[in-house]
Design a binder for this molecule. Sequence first.
Ligand code: NAD
Length: 327
Amino acid sequence: MKIAFYSTKPYDKIWFESLNREKYGFTIDFLESPCKEASISLARGYDAICIFVNDHVTAPMIQKLHQMGVKGILLRSSGYNNVDLKAAKDKIAVLRVPSYSPEAVAEYAMAMLLTVNRYTHKAYTRTREFNMNINGLMGQDLFRKTAGIVGTGKIGQAMIRICKGFSMDVLAYDPYPDEHLSVKYVEKEELFRDSDVISLHCPLTDETHHLIDKESIGQMKKGVYLVNTSRGALIDTSCLIEGLIQGIFAGVGLDVYEEEEGVFYEDRSNDIMMDEELARLTSFPNVLISSHMGFFTKEATKAIAEVTLENAYALEQGKELKNSVVS
Ligand code: NAD
């Protein structure tokens, strides 16, 4: 099996190289290039490509991969909104990592909430400059506040456990409720209306695109906290900015952003920021943005490598593709 590994960062190699050497012996070429129209021909001669969250594989790219004899797209992620699955059907296998460490993302969502609520990021910079003033850093207890969890899959459930550990009351919304889960399911309007904290854990689909828009923001309590560690396009950014200006949000934590492709994971510190909405978002004192790193723990990255290589092995051996996302 020859694998073209797109969008490689130094940390990707840590587990992939060692696990591949120990167990599989595939030929993996680590390419720095993202996977896009202009770079898809680099996959010629490979059996599979391996991609990450901001590599978008469109229908024409799938057609090209198919013509080149590429048999599989190995996603190093659980989300798969970045591949045109309809176009892939009957042409190429698409395999994901359904679960690697839900706790990694849920713990990060809580870290974002705690940071925007208690301003630990500001305290850090103040004290390093020997500014021990705490004016402006007042937060609120989470104890007995209401957390609204949108999407009660693996990460949403991990977040519910964490919120309950803080003695928060939890409301949940999911069109496919988990009957074994001990949580109060409500309609989304009720969740938006009654939550002090809203954390998004659903996939990006046609239905969830811009789930947070003018209407849903209009239903929220003034002073709500919003955390998105799921996918950027769950939130309509211009409506979010409007809500921030109106003072609806006490704090917002964004690990993902609608237009993150080509920006997140790159060092652009010497560039002029051309994305006006991102520039505006970074200007709010109560908005914390990070670069899609909820997954970024040792345990999660190791599990991603293990499952991705096992997916490649199943593909090579013609075994059952249990992590296929093409039906
Ligand atoms: P999952 O498939 O286990 O759970 C998703 C849940 O969302 C399911 O229960 C599903 O029923 C529910 N859902 C579907 N449509 C919905 C809707 N319209 N409204 C509300 N809920 C809906 O997925 P997961 O492993 O919990 O991951 C959730 C999301 O987290 C992924 O789709 C991915 O976008 C994101 N993610 C982010 C990172 C990161 O690093 N920030 C890492 C991994 C996953």
